[in-house]
Design a protein around this ligand. Structure first.
Ligand code: CTP
Length: 405
């Protein structure tokens, strides 16, 4: 994604006279470099033709869960994962009720239920419908769940009445969306973060893992998001609540993490591997629980794929940042890893000595080709914010060198 691109916006259009305004919204989004996929409900198609949206978005409009051609091109789950954000405009009273109760009886409602990305809705309805306690309760509950409600505006309505219920003007919707996207130094970039430990199954009840809590990775994902990035977090099992990110992919094993990263890495600008990926996994996972044996048992292990090195080896590799946990010779090992894995940056810390795993505070030594710095002991979130500041600086520097070549 280049720095001017605003990412992938899925625009949901539900039934209402305001649907015609969404055509302008899609046009504006495209002009501002959003990739747009429009999904219409059946009743929306009675107000505006899907062809209008197709022409404006440059993509075939999706209208049904049962549309074979569409599902074959991109299934509804994949479509939900594709989106960096979903914007439903106009959102009818009926749709808000569906969203609140988790009904999934059409494509758009199903996508909203599957999606883990931010969801924005711009309600549009008659003023009495808007003021009805049922609608107000739905809106409050959606807000509590993190859904962003845009509007509605007050004024003259299509039905001739006057009051709250008009959909916000497309320009207002766009500027609210963009205000949110224009946060910090990583505005307009896509960042993928791996976090947590992995679990390599031995049998149905046992696994090999490590002491990573996922805290550092989650802090890095949060800091990247605060800096304005569109964040994809691929996480191994943790007990933590993940930060609000655009895409959250949960995995168990190193193999699954590799698959997930490779599936979503295309188009990412920055890749930060904080995960403590198990280096070895059992050659075979036993189908049944292994029973006790008299003496010793042998477990045959094999190397897992090196996710970081695989990303760094891609032809169009993102700016790639690795982590290293060392118990000694930190600078030497970290610098070696930087070169060996073809990284743009490596953040290293000493583990043991009350630092590293399962603790609140951490310190990092950060190395990149031609430079290094020390980030002193502080909370993982503070540290992550400083690291992200540094990543943004180096990423910018790398881009400007490439551009002057
Ligand atoms: N990593 C990865 N995939 C693996 C193993 C590690 O992506 N299968 C990433 C980690 O997320 C981290 C970095 O690679 O960013 C750590 O590199 P690694 O060489 O595994 O470090 P150590 O385990 O510390 O290595 P060593 O055994 O060489 O000390």
């Amino acid at each position: 994604m280049n720095r001017s691109c605003r990412g992938r916006t899925l625009v949901g259009v539900t039934g209402g006279i305001a649907a015609y305004k969404s055509a302008e919204l899609v046009r504006l989004l495209r002009r501002r470099d959003h990739e747009v996929q429009v999904v219409m409900t059946e009743s929306a198609t009675r107000f505006v033709s899907p062809l209008t949206f197709q022409a404006l978005s440059g993509r075939t409009v999706r209208t049904s869960l049962w549309d074979e051609a569409g599902e074959a091109a991109m299934g509804h789950i994949e479509l939900a994962r594709w989106a960096d954000r979903i914007l439903v405009a106009p959102a009818s009273a009926d749709f808000l009720a569906k969203l609140n109760t988790g009904l999934a009886d059409d494509l758009l409602a199903t996508l909203c239920l599957v999606a883990e990305c931010p969801l924005w809705v711009a309600p549009a309805m008659n003023r009495s419908m808007w003021r009805h306690p049922a609608t107000q309760a739905n809106v409050k509950s959606l807000q509590l769940r993190g859904v962003k409600i845009l509007g509605p505006a007050e004024g003259e309505q299509a039905c001739g009445e006057t009051g709250p219920g008009r959909m916000l003007a497309p320009e207002e919707i766009l500027s609210s969306l963009e205000a949110e996207l224009q946060a910090g130094p990583l505005q307009g970039t896509r960042v993928m973060v791996t976090a947590g430990p992995t679990r390599e199954a031995i049998d149905p009840v046992r696994y090999i893992s490590n002491r990573s809590s996922g805290k550092m990775g989650y802090a890095v994902a949060q800091a990247a998001r605060e800096a304005g990035a569109v964040v994809t977090l691929v996480t191994g099992p943790t007990v933590l609540t993940p930060p609000q990110v655009t895409k959250l992919v949960r995995v168990e094993s190193a193999g699954e993490m590799y698959e997930a990263v490779m599936k979503w890495v295309e188009g990412q600008d920055i890749f930060i591997a904080t995960a403590a990926v198990a280096d070895y996994a059992p050659v075979e996972k036993e189908k049944n629980k292994i029973k006790k044996k008299p003496e010793t048992i042998q477990l045959e292990l094999t190397r897992t794929p090196d996710i970081l090195a695989s990303v760094a080896a891609l032809e169009n590799k993102p700016f790639t940042v690795g982590f290293a946990a060392e118990t000694r010779s930190l600078a030497q090992y970290a610098r070696e890893k930087l070169v060996r894995k073809n990284l743009d940056m490596i953040a290293a810390n000493i583990v043991g000595e009350k630092q590293g795993f399962e603790v609140e505070d951490n310190a990092l030594d950060v190395f990149w080709p031609g430079g290094e710095t020390h980030l002193s002991l502080s909370s993982k979130l503070t540290l992550a914010r400083r690291l992200i500041g540094l990543v943004a600086e180096r990423y910018e520097a790398r881009n400007s060198t490439e551009n002057t070549r």
